[in-house]
Design a protein around this ligand. Structure first.
Ligand code: G
Ligand code: MN
Length: 392
């Protein structure tokens, strides 16, 4: 991270000043391209100081890219009425904006991914010229995260972690929930990954990549574990959800799979019931996640009848010290769920006292740090995720 950051810093105050002159005073807008100028080079943030701004392999280009997929005079950036445009100059391998090859000039927007041959760059814009030093640092932070996010997606750099789901009576592992982690600085946890994904409108792609990696790496185990896979609320708006599940089914035809839907995404009973039926046809189960985190959606619950209801940590945390009224309420919900033939699961169990009370209240499954922390496949502390020893 430190070297990226250093690299992204202005090389000198003088350069900062130049940028201020060129953009800050009159138009109050700073445009940058952020990316690598050779395939194994470091990330740079290149200010667009003057237009037309030539991009190519030739030494006279304002942004000189040493990559054989880039033509000598590949493309140029133009500025018209405060807008930034990109124009391909008849390059052999083309210029792409957000994955689409451009024909004529194309307006660029902040956050766009523009690619010259095989060389991708993120378009960044910063307004508010008051303090150019501060502006540049904000943009740099943003640029670093965006470039990290590109790596996350293009290198499929998510590291699926697995957390055990146990039978509450004997603590035997029944399934594992897949949780996304990565080693990319700033994007270690799913909240950060999904907030960048949301800014770029690619939550669905990220969510799918996490599922597909987990299925890929567990389907080759001798007995593939039952996976609980999270889906993002944005995916419920897309008919492509079923296609994406069919894809993972094709990779792992018989593995037990259950999709988790966040309680907040449970809106329309009819479409959720259809989703449940479609999943069941593919042999995939449905779980309501974080039940009780917001308003309890009891009506939906009764009508949709998922296979599992995961009671949110907020209902479980310190339940052994909670007023008896709260315990009775959770107990009644557990009974109601069981009467419908749905399996209740206690989330976020952290200590033996919580474990014991949850068992008394009738929970069948449980999950939480008390049983196990999320861990990657290679260091998962149980044989369910270990490759079987070679047969001698
Ligand atoms: O929304 P969902 O239930 O999918 O989120 C699971 C998250 O909760 C994971 O990020 C996981 O690391 C975290 N988690 C799992 N078990 C526990 C626990 O026992 N206590 C707390 N505080 N968090 C947990
Ligand atoms: Mn979950």
């Amino acid at each position: 991270m430190a070297d990226h950051r250093d690299f992204l810093m202005f090389s000198s105050e003088a350069e900062s000043g130049r940028l201020g002159e060129a953009r800050g005073s009159s138009r109050e807008a700073f445009w940058f391209l952020s990316g690598r100028s050779s395939p194994d080079g470091e990330v740079r943030r290149v200010p667009i100081l003057d237009t037309p701004f030539l991009i190519g392999r030739g030494a006279n280009a304002a942004l000189c890219l040493s990559c054989r997929t880039v033509s000598c005079r590949h493309a140029e950036l133009l500025e018209e009425g405060g807008e930034l445009l990109v124009r391909d100059l008849g390059s052999r391998n083309g210029t792409y904006v957000n994955g689409q090859r451009i024909g004529g000039p194309r307006t660029l927007f902040p956050g766009d991914l523009v690619q010259f041959g095989a060389m991708p760059f993120r378009v960044l814009k910063q307004t508010a010229p008051a303090n150019s030093r501060t502006i540049c640092e904000d943009v740099m932070d943003h640029a670093v995260v965006l470039v990290q996010f590109d790596r996350l997606m293009s290198e499929r750099a998510v590291i699926p972690h697995y957390q055990m789901i146990v039978d509450i009576r004997n603590e035997e592992i029944r399934a594992v929930e897949v949780l996304a982690r990565s080693r990319l600085v700033g994007l270690e946890m799913p909240a950060a990954m999904f907030s960048v994904a949301a800014a770029l409108g690619v939550e669905t792609q990220l969510s799918r990549m996490i599922r597909s990696k987990a299925v890929q790496e567990t389907s080759t185990l001798e007995s593939p574990p039952h996976l609980f896979l999270n889906i993002h609320p944005a995916e419920l708006q897309e008919p492509a959800l079923i296609d994406s599940i069919e894809e993972i089914r094709a990779v792992s035809p018989t593995q037990r799979l259950t999709l988790e839907i966040h309680e907040k995404a449970v809106g329309d009973v009819a479409s959720l019931s259809r989703l449940r039926d479609a999943l069941h046809e593919m042999g995939v189960g449905l779980a309501f996640d974080d039940f009780g985190a917001g308003q309890g959606r009891l009506l939906e619950l009764v009508e949709v009848r998922p296979d599992y209801v995961k009671f949110d940590i907020s209902l479980i945390h310190r339940i052994h010290n909670a007023p008896s009224k709260q315990r009775r309420l959770v107990g009644s919900l557990v009974s109601l769920v069981r009467e419908m033939g749905v399996v209740p699961l206690a989330e976020g169990v952290e200590c033996p006292e919580e474990h014991e009370v949850c068992q008394e209240l009738g929970f069948q499954l449980a999950q939480g740090f008390y049983y196990g922390q999320p861990a990657p496949l290679q260091s998962f502390p149980h044989r369910v995720l270990q490759p079987s020893p070679a047969v001698v």
